[in-house]
Design a protein around this ligand. Structure first.
Ligand SMILES: N[C@@H](CCC(=O)N[C@@H](CS)C(=O)NCC(=O)O)C(=O)O
Length: 124
């Protein structure tokens, strides 16, 4: 029963993720110089996530709207490198979580609302 519920939740989440990809997002527009700056800043950020998690879907939409490329890391696969890293370095397996690397120092940020506010402040 527990397994069935999990399968349903994952299947439903995957459907929402795919539908979300099909719904267009209004994108921030920048000139080439501003885009290069935004790209360089975004290169220091990684999103630890599950494909079908609704909070992650929302975070990915925010990222698409801000017109930036942020690498996504699969934290769902048990025993996977990024799940282990999230647990050991950030403290718990909860997604979405942003990893921000700046001048060699790393900040981990949980909570989709905080992630949205941070990204909008930096790239909006
Ligand atoms: N309040 C959090 C909720 C995040 C959340 O509940 N994430 C779930 C996935 S949808 C999670 O990480 N669960 C841990 C797990 O499944 O191991 C947010 O808005 O980011």
């Amino acid at each position: 029963m527990k397994l069935l519920l999990k399968a349903f939740r994952n299947g439903f989440g995957a459907l929402i993720a795919l539908v979300s990809r099909l719904i267009p997002v209004k994108k921030v527009k920048r000139d080439a110089q501003a885009q290069a700056l935004a790209d360089a800043k975004a290169a220091k950020i990684e999103l630890y996530q599950f494909f079908a998690c609704p909070f992650c879907i929302m975070s990915r939409r925010v990222i698409r709207g801000l017109n930036i490329n942020i690498v996504t890391r699969d934290a769902q696969t048990r025993g996977g490198q990024y799940r282990e890293e999230l647990l050991k370095e950030a403290g718990k397996v909860q997604v979405p979580c942003l990893k921000i690397t700046d001048n060699g120092s790393v900040t981990w940020m949980y909570e989709s609302a905080d992630i949205k506010a941070y990204l909008e402040k930096e790239f909006g």
